[in-house]
Design a protein around this ligand. Sequence first.
Ligand SMILES: Nc1ncnc2c1ncn2[C@@H]1O[C@H](COP(=O)(O)OP(=O)(O)OP(=O)(O)O)[C@@H](O)[C@H]1O
Ligand SMILES: [Mg+2]
Length: 362
Amino acid sequence: MLSIEVDSLSKIYTIKEISAAIYDNIHQPLIWLYLKLVEKTRGKEKVVYALDNVSFHARRGEILAVLGPNGSGKTTLLRILAGLALPTSGRARVEGLDVVEDNARLGDVVMYAPGLITVDLFAESNFTIRDNLLKYAKLIGAGKDRVDEVIALSGLQEYQDRLLYEVSTGIIGRLAFAYGILKEARVYLMDEPFTGISFEARKALMDIVRNVLAGKLRATVLIATHVLRDAEELSHRYIFLRKGRLVAQGDLPSLKERLKLKEKVEIEASLDPELLTQIALDAGAENYRVREGETGYILEFSVQKAGHILPQILASIYGRGGKVSTVKVSEPSLEEVYMELFKEEWEAPAAEGGDICSLVIS
Ligand SMILES: Nc1ncnc2c1ncn2[C@@H]1O[C@H](COP(=O)(O)OP(=O)(O)OP(=O)(O)O)[C@@H](O)[C@H]1O
Ligand SMILES: [Mg+2]
């Protein structure tokens, strides 16, 4: 069974745009009256497709990154899968539960973590970590042995007797995962979970996501993030949203292939720079240039598959009496995939017109 099935999912919001000048004075009674009037007369409505016909699926044990610029629909998607917002049309199922029909039961299978991972809902700051978990275990009818198991899985052994207010944000993050594991969540939905925590704590949480949640427990993890490095380090697959539409999905190799992204090659050799240039030209290398290196000259170029022309280039260098000291091949990164997919956003001119603010109607 697929863990997450999303089929032609859309979420439409109707908003009214008002000028920023009015928005700034929203506290004044006359402005309030004006806004009420605007709402009543339903003047200039604007429809926002927060999600527009989105379809994808995820298998158990998969980590999927949900990527896209601000306002592209990432949070809306996670909130619908968590049962906190309803779709306008289309269908989504999480562990077989329909997000509309079985909405009330979604909380049993999903752990939703908006923003920095927190445990506000259940945790007491003057309780120890262990007592907090025991209290939650009692609430959901889980045994004490499960608490020990969960403490071990989330790496909390050495912190279990510490009061919650004494521990760092990274440890609170682990506790949040412990709650999820305790209630046997099958799907973890995380919205920018790793902001505001130290490098070490982030690494530790990522290890838990990879090795425990997705690995050992074979839960499904969706992470909405702007931090492409985190996404690349963790995810098996990616989905990319732009203005509510799913513009691409897949793993890194298939995305690179589809977008025809090139690999970058650097060869340092003891050979005349003109000869190096000629060799690159003969081999059909693109965007080549030669610069001075530490032990000779460095030939740089990009090519679809480095393996296809490297042997010829190296043989030519040796054939002309040169010696190669280093060869470096860099694969296109997730960042390059993202830049390629969203290049229109970079290239688009700044929006025209005065400042606009939005008044949400539905
Ligand atoms: N409750 C709401 N009412 C009206 N419009 C909304 C609401 N929630 C989101 N939107 C709009 O839906 C679109 C998608 O928003 P969403 O928050 O899902 O984007 P996002 O990808 O999470 O953005 P970010 O990267 O800034 O977190 C945006 O245009 C947003 O303004
Ligand atoms: Mg968001």
